[in-house]
Ligand binder design. Sequence first.
Ligand SMILES: Nc1nc2c(ncn2[C@@H]2O[C@H](COP(=O)(O)OP(=O)(O)O[C@H]3O[C@H](CO)[C@@H](O)[C@H](O)[C@@H]3O)[C@@H](O)[C@H]2O)c(=O)[nH]1
Length: 277
Amino acid sequence: MSNIRYSVVVPAFRENGNLRPLVTRIFGALSQVNSPVPAQEVEVIVVDDNSRDGSVETVEQLRREGYNVRIIVRTTERGLSSAVVRGFREAQGDNMLCMDADLQHPPEYVPAMLASMSPTKQFALGTRYAKGVEIDEGWPLYRRVISSGARMLALPLTSASDPMSGFFGIRKETFLKARNLNSQGFKIALDLLVKCQIPNDAIAEVPFSFGVRTEGESKLSGKVILRYLEQLAELYWYRFSAIIVFLVILFFILFVLMARALLSSYGGLDSKAQSKY
Ligand SMILES: Nc1nc2c(ncn2[C@@H]2O[C@H](COP(=O)(O)OP(=O)(O)O[C@H]3O[C@H](CO)[C@@H](O)[C@H](O)[C@@H]3O)[C@@H](O)[C@H]2O)c(=O)[nH]1
């Protein structure tokens, strides 16, 4: 029987330069004496979309050095969210964490994130919007504006403080309940929060300092932002369809009543006018 209780899933596309520091820092943090989670109960799964940049060789070398890390290479699919879903499906642990490869999610927070999940806390959320947390000054202004705008648009859907975060964890039993996950785009945490109907008191928020990328490039593009808007429309429908249908019917009834009232008042005026002549 496997002794793996925790799985760290890392979506990665052309991240070879980041994989060694990422994996060694994760296991380094887990090996500290005060780590709440033992390193031997943790696996790291890199889900790579055929980067062909040496990532496979790096992970295999790390494995030979004794790190419990493996790589899944997808050749027919692409995308951050679908890579995370694939990793979660293959994870052995009951407590699953998602983090970026680019070290913007500091590996030193991994033990606390993993330990924060429990039967009552089904979701762990690494948040950049907690009191006292500072975002690295190197994070460009336009990214801050996009992030804040995206967060505001999601406010009616969840009360989580940072639903845009790519640093989050979910218990397997809850993940398995999710239906119709949106595998397009970047916002898998928001999708899970809404579709698994995670109540606020089941979310363990872990404040963390968001770093800057020093190696490789961000894959966030205009297309990703458009996909987010599509995803929002879908989630609003998912969450509020009953209210939306009710309001549409109400407006329709009001419209018909007003139209009838207007027509009959015109009709009344017409017949009065006719009777005058
Ligand atoms: N497998 C796979 N991985 C991908 C793909 N696109 C991106 N990734 C991986 O997903 C992680 C995040 O991608 P970035 O391109 O570095 O994203 P970002 O711009 O830094 O955005 C991050 O921060 C945002 C918060 O501002 C988050 O909202 C977003 O989800 C992400 O975590 C990285 O490890 C990257 O390699 C893809 O198509 N396939």
